[in-house]
Design a protein around this ligand. Structure first.
Ligand SMILES: O[C@H]1[C@H](O)[C@@H](O)[C@H](O)[C@@H](O)[C@H]1O
Length: 570
């Protein structure tokens, strides 16, 4: 048989068009039979189908057929940039506190802050964020994603101004509490907005951009903090600077950002949704846009249950209960591994340890966290979420223990406590820094990022409620660490505090090993099937193994095809 180099490509395109048409037929024909797709059947008539999966296939088919790259447009990137300012502010406002605490001196109430005051100020933001996480999703459903972001911007600005002009602790604390509402709501809404805009094929990757924005915001906060280290009232400027990005975002929202098409369809504004879609997908035909709107309408109809029903499903529907438990577990583990004790108080620790530029040194911590986030973003899908956690959590434990040991020897001469103005061994101080950096690197590649992939554990109808609960659990863990760390160091010494986090992380590692299934590369439908009847870790690993074998075979085939084509052309 003679080889026709174009044969495979025509066949593929034809196949994808056929696949797309057959799926679209099913979508627009309520009485149609279930479609056999990939490894599972999707019943569009009962609303069993996960529309993300369906959308993904539609996107893929449309893109493959039209040969249009990954389906993104400059406009879409612009939208994601403006939305990610919310993540940047989350990072900036949580990261800035580290330098603020060491620079505030006697500026509040004319006396230095006690450890309790520092913890109170820091955790006021976290407390606000817990409340906001619980109701951010509901507000976004009521007034839309775009206007919720505007509300966040207002909260960011008001919170920043109140803190920047504060003369008393009791002005500073409410200012941070208000800001916390902005942070918590933005943390909830930005990923939702990005997810609803992004083409399904790169949705996961675009969502992790939010993590990049958060950790990037923390680096910027540390860098600005270091810049203002020796400036009079510098801490007020550090906080005040957090008031500018929200203004830029609000302008972007006003002139540039459309409401999420999904939300528009939900509130019966299909015309506006179409206009938004046309801008987001300039390469799509009018027919494709109509089909996408059809998918959204059908899907919203099948998943738009009353809020009380959705909340009760978290408990009554067993796979959803397990999903909520698992997501809360790893998001709690993320916080109780103690990372934010460094994010919030590293400058205070470094100052007590006698380092000259504590905030600038802290940049190593936030910088490592930021850079290692990219490792997670790049490899998370290929390597697998479970594997990432199981490989990095032992590193977190080991380097926490190592840090605790170094502290133990370093602080022998001051009775185990960090005492300011003491000359500590420079070798041990450097070793402390090295182990802290390694600890942060292990944290950021696993625990810092993997738990935020939580959305894939839930069905569309419970995703909002389920992730609100687990996000609130995350902020609660954050509150526990931020409101106790300094006193914990006082009571059980720094070495005891880090050892304590190591012990907690070990317990979480054991739980992850026995309970956390692999979700990478498994379709959303399959993830839910995995949680049916138990946590089914083994089943999920088997499924993934089969998938990986399938991909490998496919990759081999593609390679052989390419080789054959190259040989033919030669
Ligand atoms: O994933 C993020 C990230 O690791 C941040 O650096 C940390 O401050 C947050 O608490 C966490 O949720």
């Amino acid at each position: 048989m003679t080889f026709n180099p174009d044969h495979n490509f025509h066949a593929q395109t034809q196949e994808s068009i056929e696949k797309k048409e057959s799926i679209e037929d099913k979508v627009s024909t309520p009485s149609a039979e279930p479609v056999q797709l990939r490894t599972q059947s999707l019943d569009t008539t009962e609303g069993v189908i996960d529309s993300q999966e369906l959308e993904r296939v539609l996107d893929e088919a449309a893109i493959e057929a039209a040969g249009q790259g990954d389906g993104t447009s400059l406009y879409l990137w612009g939208l994601i940039f403006f939305a990610a300012i919310g993540g940047l502010l989350f990072g900036y406002d949580t990261g800035a506190i580290s330098s603020v605490l060491v620079q505030v001196g006697n500026d509040l109430d004319g006396k230095p802050l006690s450890n309790g005051d520092k913890e109170f100020i820091t955790s006021a933001l976290t407390l606000g964020a817990i409340f906001a996480a619980l109701c951010g999703g509901l507000v976004a459903d009521k007034i839309g994603r775009k206007w919720t972001l505007v509300v966040c911007d207002v909260l960011f600005v008001v919170g920043a101004v109140v803190q920047a002009v504060a003369k008393h602790k009791w002005t500073m604390i409410p200012g941070r509490f208000i800001m916390g509402w902005g942070v918590g709501a933005a943390a909830q809404v930005v990923p939702i907005y990005i997810q609803e805009l992004a083409p399904a094929r790169i949705r996961g990757r675009l969502t992790t951009l939010n993590s990049v924005a958060v950790t990037g915001g923390q680096v910027i906060a540390y860098a600005i903090g270091a810049g203002f280290e020796n400036v009079n009232d510098g801490w007020r400027w550090i906080i005040a600077m957090g008031a500018f990005p929200p203004v830029i975002q609000a302008i972007g929202i006003h002139f540039f950002m459309p409401e999420s098409p999904r939300y528009l369809v939900k509130v019966d504004k299909a015309g506006e949704a179409k206009r938004a879609m046309r801008k987001i997908y300039p390469q799509a035909t009018e027919e494709e846009i109509d089909k996408k709107i059809g998918v959204l309408q059908r899907h919203i109809k099948s998943t738009d249950l009353p809020i009380l029903v959705r909340i009760s499903k978290i408990w009554t529907d067993l796979p959803t209960r397990r999903a909520t438990f698992l997501c809360s577990l790893v998001l709690f583990a993320q916080q109780l591994s103690g990372f934010n004790s460094l994010m919030y108080y590293s400058a205070s620790i470094f100052k007590s340890a006698g380092l000259d530029n504590p905030t600038a040194t802290g940049l190593i911590i936030s910088g490592t966290n930021f850079l290692c986030t990219f490792i997670a973003v790049k490899w998370i899908d290929r390597f697998g979420r479970r594997k990432f956690l199981l490989c990095t959590m032992p590193g977190v434990i080991a380097f926490l223990v190592a840090t605790a040991l170094v502290f133990h020897f370093m602080l022998l001469k001051t009775g185990g406590q960090l005492v300011e103005n003491t000359e500590y061994s420079s070798t041990l101080t450097s070793l402390m820094l090295v182990f802290m950096v390694l600890y942060v690197a292990s944290y950021a590649t696993g625990l810092g990022n993997v738990p935020w992939q939580q959305g894939e554990f839930f069905g569309m109808d419970t995703r909002g409620v389920g992730t609100s609960i687990s996000t609130a659990v995350n902020w609660s863990g954050n509150l526990m660490v931020s409101s106790t760390f300094l006193q914990l160091m006082e009571k059980i010494t720094p070495s005891g505090a880090f050892g304590f986090y190591a012990g907690l992380t070990l317990i979480f590692l054991i739980l992850v090993y026995f309970l956390y299934p692999e979700t990478a590369g498994i379709s959303l439908e399959e993830v839910r099937m995995t949680l049916d009847g138990g946590f089914n870790v083994k089943k999920s690993l088997k499924m993934r193994k089969e998938k990986v074998a399938l991909w490998k075979a496919q990759a081999e085939r593609e390679k052989a095809n390419k080789k054959q084509k190259a040989e033919y052309l030669a």
